[in-house]
Ligand binder design. Structure first.
Ligand code: PEP
Length: 251
């Protein structure tokens, strides 16, 4: 059965000390009743080891926000999937629109990253989603289908079933504009129907698909109540432990 997941994406925020403090606060807030969803925090690379050690005895999972498209070697400044795994992290966010836009990550690069993440035992949280210009033309379904066709739809059913998908319309990321509940549910149902066509109904039913884009404690309950929305990828609201906990409590 698919899991409900609330995953934070800290992006390039928090010094190491601030990040450890945030993870400590969240761990304390979650020390009581077990949440009704899996909890993941996506930290910068330099936090991964310290945060992973800190949360070993808690419900919190740790994610990187990226990994290299090469296995190892002379790639100055890069961090490999094996290195991420060695910190204790078990997830990696791949294909975030900020990586695609600012760091020119193509489908080819993403295919290499996804393959290396899977080969190293990391669960990719694979992001997709359209820019505003595409939504304005009502062409979002074709756009997202192409993103999936060029990347994770090339995986074997076995490998595909190991990943999590996050639909994040770019116009909703960090803008305070959330996709309406109907827009989010419609797109996630569409993605699930594509998965069913490609890999079969059982794989589709077992794939966790998250919504991301200005999700907060106020809109999360309605979003998470939709039949195809299995949780959220949370940027801004994951930077405050109380706000993030309130989103987790939406399940
Ligand atoms: C994100 O960057 O993945 C995201 C969803 O950001 P925000 O919640 O701030 O819109």
């Amino acid at each position: 059965m698919r899991k409900n997941i609330v995953a934070g994406n800290w992006k390039m925020n928090k010094t190491l000390q601030e990040g450890v403090a945030l993870a400590t606060e969240l761990k304390e807030l979650l020390a009581g009743a077990k949440p009704n969803c899996e909890v993941v925090i996506g930290t910068p690379f330099i936090h991964l080891s310290a945060v992973s050690q800190l949360v070993t005895d808690s419900v919190i999972n740790v994610s990187a926000q990226n990994c290299a498209d090469k296995e190892s070697g002379a790639y100055t400044g890069e961090v490999s999937a094996a290195m991420v795994k060695s910190t204790g992290a078990n997830f990696v966010i791949l294909g975030h629109s900020e990586r695609r836009e600012y760091y020119l990550e193509t489908s080819e690069i993403l295919n290499a990253k996804v393959a290396l993440a899977l080969a190293n035992g990391l669960t990719p949280i694979y992001c997709c989603g359209e820019p505003l210009s595409v939504r304005e033309k009502d062409a979002q379904e074709d756009f997202v289908k192409k993103q999936l066709d060029e990347t994770i739809f090339n995986l074997s059913a076995d490998n595909f079933s190991k990943l999590v998908i996050a639909y994040e319309p770019i116009w909703a990321i960090g803008t305070g504009v959330t996709a309406s509940t109907e827009q989010a549910q419609e797109m996630l149902a569409f993605i699930r129907s594509l998965i069913a066509e490609k890999f079969g109904k059982e794989v589709a039913e077992n794939t966790s698909i998250l919504y991301g884009g200005s999700c907060n404690a106020k809109n999360a309950p309605e979003l998470f109540a939709q039949p195809d929305i299995d949780g959220g990828l949370i940027g801004g609201a994951s930077l405050k432990s109380v706000d993030f906990k309130a989103i987790i409590d939406a399940f």
